[in-house]
Design a protein around this ligand. Sequence first.
Ligand code: ZN
Length: 423
Amino acid sequence: MITADLLIIHAGELVCISDTASDKPKRGSDLSEPHIIPDGAVAAEGGRIVWIGKASEVHSHVELKRGGDEIDARGSVVTPGLVDAHTHPVFAAPRQMEFAMRASGKTYQQIAAEGGGIANSVARTRAASEDELYANAVKVADRMLDYGTTTSEAKSGYGLSLADELKMLRVVRRVNDSHAIDWIPTALPAHDIPSEYKSRPDEYVALVCNEILPAIAREKLARFNDVFFETGVFNRKQSFKIQSEARQLGFGLKFHVDELSDVGGAQLAAEMNAVSADHLVYISESGISALAQSNTVAVMLPGTAYFLDLPRKPPVCKMIDAGVAIALATDCNPGSNMTESLQMAMNQACVLYKMTPAEALVAATHNAACAIGRAGAIGSLTVGGQCDAVIWDASDYRELPYHYGVNLATTVVKKGRVVRGKV
Ligand SMILES: [Zn+2]
């Protein structure tokens, strides 16, 4: 008999996503076929999954330890914990003023001229103490767990100076040390050119390469480095220089690319073997084929397109058909998408990008785990993997993106422990 300290039984649909652990993203028609066990059960011991199968067979294989928890899912959908592959969760203050200005017809340029945009978050983040940032970050982490996100990527990028980028990443580390959620840290000193360097961007690039990234590496504060490669932000040469330095220092690479224009960002990300290329609203044909032939995961952020009411939609169906590995994320941030809900992102992916509910769910679990280098351990329910799971108030997984704007997560399990809802 296998011993367990947690048992979830009678999952009407146990959506495992994969039947065996894999660190390869799903592509093409594989995205449409999540592995599902009807009336399923999953057992865990010490936070790891030790058995998965039919509820009718669990008791002949698994013995629950004394004091262990048995959760009757009563016919509900059970999925892996959701994985948010792109977020900016550390910030000092919301930017509801800018939201109101956009709603009354002001343009991006007008809002920026009145002190809005990333510069607003940078000014406030620089002025905030680490403790203040931490208090706000915990609220974001709490909401993520409430909504079924058990792991999230977490970027810096509102400091844009040595001290303030370190401050943000130390906040991410404090959240990891004190909270049930896992935040995978990404350095983003190249989120924007800070105002004091606007007239001499190459000097800022040198600061990032020679001082900020080496300091982050010394303190082991980030696993990835990200760059905003875009017209008017960092050009191709500067992005290449920063990412080459980051790679030397041992960081995995991520890119904000082709968000506002086609800069050939998808191609650069694929060329540099980045773990992900994110946004991709203006991706070109050659960008699609570069990603399809690479290991780089395309992280789509439909919430940002919705929140900013962007006029263009990325060709997601075409990308899937071409074999690009697609992941979904919220882009949770105070400027361009203020939500922690991946349930919402799945809805937006289906409505705006015509992804199917199956594709959206695989993209927000296994493929998202691939985009942050954690596939195999999280993002699917497989023996040997981490027991991060969500029980939903739904009997069919397609209800997750369909019944939107409300929270369907009723019980959230992280590393085999119930962190939200009842046992
Ligand atoms: Zn972003």
